[in-house]
Design a protein around this ligand. Structure first.
Ligand SMILES: [Fe+2]
Ligand SMILES: [Fe+2]
Length: 275
């Protein structure tokens, strides 16, 4: 019997090892693409019960963000710590995208919704491996350092709220990635690590699409249900994201991803600079 897309997603979510999880993510994404292009028999979206929390490897040890040691970006140790944190974010993102595929099958999204998130999950799997390869070339590996424990919180908070999930995960958390990645690339330019720069540039280019998919499906759902997207967005971020948004924002990339300033500036603790 053919596996449904939702079952494939759950299989990824319940695989603990990072390299195995991402290999499976690539395989299932390729199968979905082949089915959608007509090269392979159709894969139904189906239905499944994703776990509340995805399986993860025994290492890294997960700590409260306050207990994760501070990193000095000028040292090799600090650079490894940054890459380790990025690897952790990417692995979490793999699970986040498969989770949205499996969890909201009753909402009635068109197939393009699944195309977008399967594509994103496939890219996150690539990002994880790219960053792990960089770590290994620097003599470290994913799991060598402790990592943030709170990463899955947004997913748990929004298990039964698809609009909340779209607002907080792609449109807040992944958009934040667009704000901070150029600075990170600068750190590795100074450290003269071209393979790390190349990996981060790939991540930076592809993350714009993930934010854009978030905005696209958020607006689609609001439109279908007759909701005004902007106040709904503000309301959901205040409910599920327990802090104000942190400028400076990457206004250009956010615009490219379909996030206008009046979506995020009202949620910042400060007012936008004049001019
Ligand atoms: Fe990513
Ligand atoms: Fe992403």
């Amino acid at each position: 019997m053919t596996q449904t897309l939702a079952e494939m997603a759950v299989e990824v979510l319940t695989t603990a090892d990072g390299r195995e999880k991402t290999a499976l993510a690539h395989r299932h994404a390729a199968a979905w693409r082949a089915s959608r292009s007509g090269e392979a028999p159709e894969i139904p979206v189906g239905q499944a019960s994703p776990p509340l929390r995805p399986s993860r490897p025994e290492k890294p040890e997960l700590l409260d963000p306050r207990d994760v040691p501070r990193r000095r970006p000028g040292s090799l140790k600090g650079q490894i710590a940054i890459l380790h944190a990025v690897a952790h974010i990417e692995l979490n993102a793999v699970d986040l995208h498969w989770d949205i595929v499996a969890r909201f099958t009753d909402v009635g999204f068109p197939p393009g919704f699944y195309d977008d998130w399967v594509q994103s999950a496939d890219e996150e799997a690539k990002h994880f491996n790219l960053v792990c390869d960089c770590l290994e070339r620097l003599g470290s590996h994913y799991g060598a350092l402790p990592a943030h424990a709170g990463m899955w919180r947004a997913a748990e908070d929004t298990v039964d709220d698809i609009l909340g999930r779209l607002a907080v995960v792609p449109m807040v958390l992944e958009a934040r990635g667009l704000d901070v990645t150029p600075g990170m690339i600068e750190i590795f330019r100074k450290a003269d690590l071209p393979d790390v720069i190349a990996a981060l540039e790939t991540i930076y280019a592809e993350e714009v699409h993930h934010v854009a998919y978030g905005s696209k499906w958020f607006h689609w759902l609001c439109g279908r249900d007759g909701l005004d997207p902007k106040p709904i967005f503000h309301n959901l971020v205040q409910r599920y994201f327990h802090a104000s948004l942190k400028p400076p924002f990457n206004e250009e990339k956010r615009a490219e991803a379909g996030l206008p300033p009046d979506f995020y500036w009202p949620l910042a603790a400060e007012t936008p600079p004049k001019g």
